[in-house]
Design a protein around this ligand. Structure first.
Ligand code: SF4
Length: 704
């Protein structure tokens, strides 16, 4: 079919892939079909620019593999049969009720994503707690940002990235930990690059691999995997030993200085160098540059979060910024760059460990406040902390969880130790998957499939990395009989006997108005009571908090030096380095590192269906250093078997100097690849898996 490419109308939206939050205009033809995308010119985040994923985002609405009708079957591996919405929803509610009556309320669990709209996260959290009656509900945060969340809570007393993108334009020094910004968040990188071209300031990149970002850096520190805290403690050691700290800020705004000082005294640069692999003089040099800059900022992504001591790494970064007075000032911040387009939405409004609006689940008064607001009997409202995503799958293995509802995520590809996840899914008595795509690995294990609308097919808000709440308007109808996720949540809620007293608003803007009311509270940062859908659209996004009566949002948190902790001060945390449980040895001599490529997003459920993206990176590969390849007898573009203690995967070799001698690298997007090998060990605070490093060996395979 020849598609009419002539654009007759442009619709405003915000990108649905990464957390940058770029504003997009989607061009529709005379038949109302999206035929092109372009960056919105005056948008504060991206000023007209888009990365390659955004450029082809309009192709999503017509991409292959979409679900167009509900599907049902009695047991997994049987053929799915098309069914009605009534039959699919009745079956789902009946199975949840049956299993809860037989095994208890906490025998069911819900796993969601960072892809839904915030109104949907809020509604899902309300349904799971107020109607289903469990806290076994987790978003994608546990795989992505959980260590940032727990680090912010430990250091500052509450979650929430304190900085903003304008800090790139204001800073005098930027240090990046475990972040490949040009490929992961290309438009944030473009803003940084523009700032660097206008005002030269040092760019320091800390990463074991020579990533694209490392190639652009003034200083690249190729750290030994898993030793970030050693380096951070050594930076603090140098700063304190040389009197470069901001003592006035520390005394006015920080707890725990003496304990920190005593701990980092052990991490002199020479000792630290032996562990983290960075030259001692370079450690001193970088610490001095950072401390002496009039303002300095740190950013990080998965290289810090996805490790067994990710929370300690985050707190180490926060320590560095607190002792140098770099929090809440232009260009001085501690900014975790978040992952999915609405990773923040699930953090803000629902997860197993918190209540809407950053209320604390463990506080009776917060539970009562939410229960009363929703009209839930306080005796029914679940108080016990629920299981996070990484604990839900072991609970399925042990028989504790019998039914699972998966919403817009693909754990069979995204979770570590994939062979174990597959066995767990096979054990479930009932699983329902709600997703825009029926062509998604996890759907193969479902008893019921619910086809959902995706980006552009429904309306609501997303929160980006800098706490900017952005609005996506609906510009196209979902295909076939697919429905918006909040419609599905509302219809399911009606099918449970309990929760009858609760009301579930039908429209996205009505849900947002309910959230606004619940967000009111002077002690919490996350107050959105001054926002509305129309105002968000008019201002091209608003950064929370924005309280009733405010004209606009707030670019930075903690500018007044007051933190949401019991005494209003931030916590400097004294932490010692603990070596990882799995490091290379004679049997598994290589580090396996993982990361992203610019064309793909997460498990490729969406980008794998976009021809113009998939053709650039259709299959996985393994980067290997040419010297190591020579020693192992491995050739460029040959296939090898990579083996870890969990499993094996066959990959094609690409020889490159980007990886050091004792390391190989594989992109994380592909099924039956890196997560057959990855380590399931968890950070003790965040329960986030250590995706980023494990030990592997390389085996030759017959190339005939
Ligand atoms: Fe979308 Fe992120 Fe690319 Fe911007 S940088 S267009 S938000 S994927």
């Amino acid at each position: 079919t020849i598609v009419d490419k002539k654009v007759v109308d442009w619709k405003y939206a915000v990108c649905g892939y990464c957390s940058t939050g770029c504003s997009i205009e989607v061009g529709l033809n005379a038949q109302g079909k999206p035929v092109t995308s372009r960056g919105k010119g005056n948008a504060p985040v991206n000023q007209g620019k888009l990365c390659i994923k955004g450029i082809f985002e309009h192709e999503l609405s017509d991409s292959a593999g979409r679900g167009v009708e509900p599907l049902i079957r009695n047991k997994i591996y049987d053929t799915f049969q098309p069914t009605s919405w009534d039959a699919a929803l009745d079956k789902t509610a009946a199975e949840f009720v049956r299993i809860q009556e037989k095994y208890g309320r906490d025998s069911v669990a819900v796993v969601s994503t960072g892809q839904l709209l915030t109104e949907e996260f809020y509604t899902l959290g309300k349904l799971v707690r107020g109607v289903i009656g469990t806290n076994n509900y987790d978003g994608n945060t546990t795989l992505c940002m959980a260590s940032a969340v727990s680090g912010y809570k430990r250091s500052f007393g509450a979650d929430g990235p304190p900085g903003c993108y304008d800090d790139f334009e204001d800073t005098h020094c930027l240090m990046a930990f475990g972040s490949n910004l040009p490929e992961q968040h290309p438009i944030i990188y473009w803003r940084l690059k523009e700032a660097l071209e206008k005002r030269k300031f040092p760019l320091i990149v800390i990463d074991p691999r020579v990533t694209m970002f490392a190639q652009f850096a003034d200083i690249h520190l190729p750290i030994t995997p898993g030793t970030d805290l050693v380096l951070l403690n050594a930076f603090a050691h140098v700063i304190l030993a040389e009197g470069l700290q901001d003592q006035a800020y520390i005394e006015a705004h920080c707890n725990g200085f003496e304990e920190l000082k005593a701990t980092v005294a052990k991490y002199d640069p020479v000792t630290a160098s032996r562990i983290c692999g960075i030259d001692a003089d370079m450690i001193k040099n970088v610490a001095r540059i950072y401390a002496k800059a009039p303002s300095a900022m740190s950013i990080w992504t998965m290289g810090i979060n996805q490790s067994t001591h990710g929370t300690d790494g985050v707190c180490g970064i926060n320590n560095l910024n607190l002792i140098t007075g770099n929090i809440g000032i232009p260009g001085g911040t501690s900014l975790s760059i978040t992952g999915q387009c609405n990773a923040m939405g699930t953090r803000e409004w629902s997860s197993c460990s918190g209540l809407p609006g950053y209320r604390a689940l463990e506080k009776q008064e917060h539970r009562d406040e939410v229960a009363k607001f929703w009209g839930v009997d306080e005796s029914f409202f679940p108080a016990k902390r629920g299981l996070q995503q990484t604990d839900i799958f072991p609970a399925i293995e042990s028989g504790e969880i019998k039914a699972l509802w998966i919403v817009a995520t693909n754990p069979l590809t995204s979770m570590p130790n994939q062979p174990r996840i597959k066995k767990a899914l096979e054990k479930l008595e009932f699983m329902v998957v709600q997703d825009g795509y029926k062509d998604c690995e996890t759907v193969n294990f479902a008893h019921v499939y619910l086809p959902a609308a995706v980006w552009g097919e429904k309306e609501g808000v997303l929160t980006n990395t800098e706490r900017r709440v952005n609005l996506v308007r609906k510009f196209v109808e979902p295909p076939g009989n697919a429905k918006a996720d909040y419609w599905i949540f509302n219809e399911l809620a009606k099918r449970f006997e309990r929760g009858r007293a609760m009301t579930f608003p039908e429209s996205s803007s009505d849900i947002f108005d309910e959230m606004k009311q619940l967000s009111k509270g002077a002690t919490r940062n996350l107050d959105i009571s001054g926002m509305s859908h129309d105002l968000i659209e008019a201002q091209r996004g608003i950064q929370w908090p924005m309280r009733e009566g405010d004209d606009t949002g707030n670019a930075r948190l903690y500018s007044d030096g007051v933190f949401p902790s019991p005494n209003g001060k931030a916590n400097l945390l004294a932490m010692d380095y603990i070596e990882d449980n799995e490091v290379p040895d004679d049997s598994y001599p290589f580090w396996l590192n993982s990361g992203r490529v610019i064309e793909h997003f997460h498990t490729r459920t969406k980008t794998g269906k976009i021809g113009n993206l998939n053709k650039f990176s259709p299959t996985p590969y393994m980067e290997m250093n040419p010297d190591s390849a020579r020693e192992q007898g491995v050739k460029h573009q040959s296939y090898v078997r990579l083996v870890s203690k969990r499993g094996d995967a066959v990959v094609m070799v690409q020889l490159t100097q980007r990886v050091p001698h004792n390391m190989v690298f594989i992109p994380m997007h592909y099924h039956d690849c890196v997560n057959r090998l990855s380590l399931g060990l968890l950070d003790p605070y965040s329960r986030q898996p250590a995706f980023k490093q494990c030990a592997v060996r390389i085996e030759q395979i017959d190339q005939k």
